[in-house]
Design a protein around this ligand. Structure first.
Ligand code: AMP
Length: 584
């Protein structure tokens, strides 16, 4: 295996990467670095995020930049602002000991004037998103006549995002003698077209080890009826107390709803989707990166360019329409040679899609069973006990209080004491998972969650005077109701239908009056709530069955240091906070 020293990189670069902690080149680096240092031949590399691709093109390009000249010599194009910033940051780290070398990121959503000023000062390397780069070329602020290297990073993503014309425009403005490097996770027709049109006899790197990271990803799938998807997600989270996950949803609305439900159930979660402003997205990503969030619910588009290591689980709340998207999603975990888990929660009729995915990825998927409530409880208890055992004790500080504590606990023997401490933390989770159902569905059933099998008359439909315009989602509504003091435990809700200015809520018939009493006169985000039985809204047909007592209400999240019942992030104030966030 090649060492970094043997590749011929300059000592100042070797010193910088040694400081970052790179010991040996990754598979992709082992191929690209010598190629780029020794030839001018174009290069196509199949590589995903996590494979070390930034250094794969960054190190050899930096190595060859003439830092005595202020002219822009390398242009790196990538699909998102986040990725542009990430690449520029990585380059800054690689050039820590390289003098007179400037890297400038340019991207939309930020002041173009500031970026122009930075370019005017001279930037040998520019990293940018296609739209902003086009803008700067048209304004004649970014000059490409001295470009020697063009890197198309995540080329497939750039094309998926509709940057085809921008790429054509940019590439046609660069000198013919440039060396073009194309990095892509997949080789689509469009990527081939770009390579045919703009690359000169490129060498293709497509060895079996094209993605070191993804090789360490294990794929699992769970089959549940649609109505149980969210419960399945919670059980997956609960059986992995140290989960650090990204959950992919199809739509912005679903993303927001799942995130709201998780938050109201007490999980450390938030969401990323296109309805958020850039500042909101930055804040969410910052919290996720710092691990203040354990679960990030995101759409594919919003998660593009999100560069986070150590993600333990990628959870596909649905299988994406484009199977290639699955490759991108699962590439978020198992990065830099670490192990990772990719999970698909699918409906009984989706098993054929798993077969297609196995073909696309060339990997086998393992069918798993959603664990029983008892199993989840056991795992949670074990994690809690381990946490107790590893808690450090400040003996000196505690010593002075110990005698009075001992005296207070005097009448409890060891067993009673253990039970008290555990119950304090676990009563909610114990009752939540008590009598919980097996939610695994038979793959052969070929039936989804249409609610067939539910007894008419179980549920009553209520009309509420609050809706989307009050920043209500089904998740916030559930959280809101669970926090109403008058709401008795064990109320089972059915389908929630949030419309623009009102909503419908199904509730178990026997609890109809309790819910009406709790809701009427309550205050949601400054509005007085009025609820009444829906006119003509007798027994409903269709919709999700909510026969179980457990699992359908508020989940008492224990793991990850969150107090049972989710008081830290859930609750009414959070409902308001989230609503406010979306408004701005
Ligand atoms: P990338 O695929 O460029 O997004 O890199 C994924 C992660 O791998 C980043 O955190 C890099 O810092 C890290 N990385 C890249 N090259 C190496 C290497 N040779 N050894 C260890 N980590 C690396």
């Amino acid at each position: 295996m090649l060492t970094f020293e043997e590749t011929g990189l300059k000592p100042e670069i070797l010193r910088a990467i040694a400081e970052i902690g790179f010991e040996a080149p990754t598979a992709i680096q082992e191929k690209t670095i010598p190629h780029l240092l020794n030839t001018k031949q174009d290069l196509i590399a199949l590589a995903q995020t996590g494979s070390g691709k930034t250094a794969a093109f960054g190190l050899p390009v930096i190595n060859q930049i003439d830092s005595d000249s202020k002219k822009t010599q390398a242009l790196i194009l990538c699909p998102t602002r986040e990725l542009a910033i990430q690449i520029a940051n990585d380059f800054d780290a690689f050039t820590k000991y390289t003098t007179k070398l400037d890297v400038v990121p340019v991207y939309g959503g930020a002041s173009i004037e500031t970026q122009i000023k930075q370019l005017n000062r001279g930037a040998q390397i520019v990293v940018g998103t296609p739209g902003r780069v086009v803008d700067l070329i048209k304004r004649k602020k970014l000059k490409l006549e001295d470009i020697e290297w063009v890197v198309l990073d995540e080329a497939d993503e750039m094309l998926n995002m509709g940057f085809k014309d921008d790429l054509d425009f940019i590439l046609s403005h660069t000198p013919d003698e440039r060396q073009t490097l194309l990095f892509s996770a997949t080789m689509s027709k469009e990527v081939l077209r770009i390579s045919n049109n703009y690359m000169n006899d490129p060498e293709e790197i497509s060895s079996g080890k094209k993605n070191q990271g993804a090789d360490k990803v294990e794929h699992f799938y769970y089959v549940v009826n649609g109505k149980n998807k969210y419960l399945a997600l919670k059980r997956i989270a609960d059986m992995n107390p140290n989960i650090y996950a990204i959950i992919f949803c199809r739509t912005r609305r679903e993303t927001q709803e799942i995130s709201d439900q998780l938050v109201s159930d007490g999980y450390n979660a938030d969401c990323l989707h296109g309805d958020l402003s850039q500042a909101q997205r930055d804040a969410v990503m910052g919290r996720y990166r710092k691990r203040h969030l354990q679960m990030l619910v995101a759409t594919d588009v919003a998660a593009r360019g999100l560069d986070v290591n150590d993600i333990t689980h990628v959870i596909n709340y649905n299988i994406p329409d484009e199977l290639e998207t699955y490759t991108h999603r699962s590439g978020r975990t198992g990065r830099a040679g670490r192990a990772g888990i990719s999970i698909a929660i699918i409906g009984p009729r989706d098993t054929n899609k798993i077969k297609q995915l196995e073909k696309v990825l060339g990997k086998s998927f393992t069918k798993s069973e959603i664990p029983s409530g008892e199993d989840v409880t056991k795992i949670q208890l074990e994690a809690y006990i381990n946490k107790v055992k590893s808690t450090e004790i400040d003996t000196q500080q505690l010593a002075k209080y110990l005698p009075s504590i001992s005296e207070q606990l005097d009448d409890l023997d060891r067993e009673a004491l253990i039970m008290k401490f555990v119950s304090m933390e676990f009563n909610k989770i114990l009752s939540y998972y008590k009598n919980s159902d097996d939610i695994n569905a038979s793959a052969k059933a070929g039936r989804d969650d249409s609610g067939r099998g539910r007894k008419d008359g179980d549920f009553k439909k209520l009309f509420l005077n609050i809706g989307e315009k009050d920043h209500l989602t089904s998740g916030t509504l559930l959280g809101f109701m669970n926090n109403l003091p008058e709401m008795s435990k064990g109320v089972i809700f059915g389908k929630i239908d949030v419309q623009r200015s009102f909503s419908f809520l199904e509730v178990e018939a026997k609890h109809e009056q309790t819910v009406l009493d709790a809701l009427n006169g309550s205050n949601f985000d400054g509005r007085t709530v009025s609820a009444e039985p829906k006119a003509g809204g007798g027994p409903r047909s269709g919709g999700g069955s909510r026969k179980r007592k457990s699992d359908s209400g508020k989940s008492p999240r224990r793991s990850g240091g969150i107090k049972g019942g989710g008081s830290r992030t859930g609750g009414r104030s959070r409902v308001k906070a989230k609503s406010g966030r979306r408004r701005s």
